[in-house]
Design a protein around this ligand. Structure first.
Ligand code: ZN
Length: 412
């Protein structure tokens, strides 16, 4: 499907150093980006039943920093993101609100696109829906049949197809959870550990056969619809190939979602699914994690409608390290708005402090596990120093603000 419009990103002369990011699978900082060829990134997309909240925006801005840092290193980037445009939560919301599920998905995907555009997030090269990927999913499941790792549950009425995660090679390589913890989280995050007829409680659904009133598609596996994990596995393998550089998402996707996709990918190709698994933190509001089910959402579209500058929203997000869990307050927005005004005052003032140290500090910060707060602090220091000098340094202003645009995605 169509992504959103690409922001105009200034090209600066490259600094070839690759970034290091935290890999959940090894627990270490690892350098990411190939020696040659494009860097390949997959980030799990939205299930479009509710508009973009700050938690979503936090994830996509975090991986936008990775895309921008790779580009700054002179690399081409191939970026794939999915849209889970058919799944239980979407169908449930459509049913509850009396809206057609297709229309709900299209409307919310469109709202997401406009939010991403406003935040100057570079769009993926492949923006791919679950519905349009049904043939990819069923082909992948059929490819897995000879491994013995996919099977139909022992349920004469609905013999759905499952993947035997725990039995797969490399099981547990992403999350390293013990069985008890895995079982608890699996149930909380859309899994069905209690489903009768499975070989193992942690096995995950890959193809759900048709039920009354649910959408379904013809396939050699029987008429049905895709499971969530296999959707991402199929889309990533099709558009990036195996052993791509980074699989990204929020930390609530480590298990089961990324664990299952990694197992399926390895089982299908004999190679690692991704080279690194990178996860953003959770954003809270009023004492709890921001989530649709809790109803405590701060929506990007609502902030924009209230007249908040999208660059201030972006600065709110960048002021927190992508891996940290944090709670949004109005003070965050006030601070970001003041910061943007201070930066803009320098843009309109041709006197500035020399740029070299600041340029280096921004580049170093992003290569050090995408440390955006450190990059913002470096810009603040330069802005404060610039306000105190009177030499004519128009070139320095252009140099720093161009890098701020290219690397941090903030157009002053
Ligand atoms: Zn995914």
């Amino acid at each position: 499907m169509k992504a959103w419009s690409r922001p105009d990103v200034p090209r600066v002369s490259p600094d070839p150093r690759r970034p290091r990011v935290h890999d959940t699978a090894t627990g270490e900082l690892v350098e990411v980006g190939p020696a040659d060829g494009p860097a390949r990134l997959y980030v799990c997309g939205i299930t479009p039943y509710d508009a973009t909240h700050l938690g979503h925006a936090n994830t996509y801005v975090a991986f936008d920093l990775l895309v921008r840092t790779w580009r700054d290193a002179g690399l081409e980037v191939t970026y794939t993101q999915n849209v889970t445009d058919v799944d239980d939560p979407l169908l449930e919301r459509a049913e509850a609100t009396g809206v057609d599920w297709v229309e709900l998905a299209e409307d919310q995907t469109q709202l997401f696109r406009t939010d991403m555009e406003a935040l100057r997030v570079i769009p993926p090269d492949h923006y791919v829906g679950a519905v349009e990927s049904v043939p990819l999913v069923t082909e992948l499941i059929q490819r897995l049949v000879p491994t013995g790792l996919v099977y139909q549950v022992d349920d004469p009425e609905h013999p759905d197809w499952y993947f035997a995660c725990s039995a797969a090679p490399g099981a547990g390589e992403v999350s390293h959870l013990d069985r008890e913890a895995a079982l608890a989280i699996f149930g909380e995050r859309g899994g069905d550990p209690e489903r009768p007829g499975k070989r193992d409680a942690l096995d995950c659904l890959v193809w759900r056969l048709e039920r009354d009133g649910e959408p379904s598609w013809d396939s050699p596996l029987g008429k049905g619809r895709p499971g969530w994990h296999i959707e991402c596995t199929a889309i990533a393998l099709e558009h990036l190939g195996p052993a791509f550089d980074v699989q990204g998402g929020g930390s609530d996707l480590v298990f089961p979602h990324h664990e299952m996709s990694a197992s399926q990918g390895r089982a299908a190709t004999g190679q690692a699914f991704a080279r690194a698994y990178v996860h953003g933190g959770m954003v809270g509001y009023q004492g709890e994690k921001m989530s649709k089910s809790k109803g405590n959402l701060v929506l990007v579209s609502k902030l924009r409608a209230a007249g908040v500058d999208p660059m201030a929203i972006r600065l709110v997000l960048l002021d927190h390290h992508y891996r940290s869990d944090w709670e949004y307050t109005d003070a965050d927005l006030e601070r970001a708005t003041e910061r943007l005004a201070a930066w803009r005052s320098i843009a309109n003032n041709p006197t500035a402090f020399p740029a070299n140290e600041t340029v280096q500090a921004i580049r170093d910060a992003l290569r050090d596990d995408l440390d955006a707060p450190a990059a913002l602090a470096a810009v603040d220091t330069w802005v404060a120093a610039s306000a105190a000098v009177e030499t004519d340094e128009t070139e320095s202003v252009t140099e720093v603000l161009t890098l701020v645009d290219a690397l941090l995605g903030v157009r002053v």
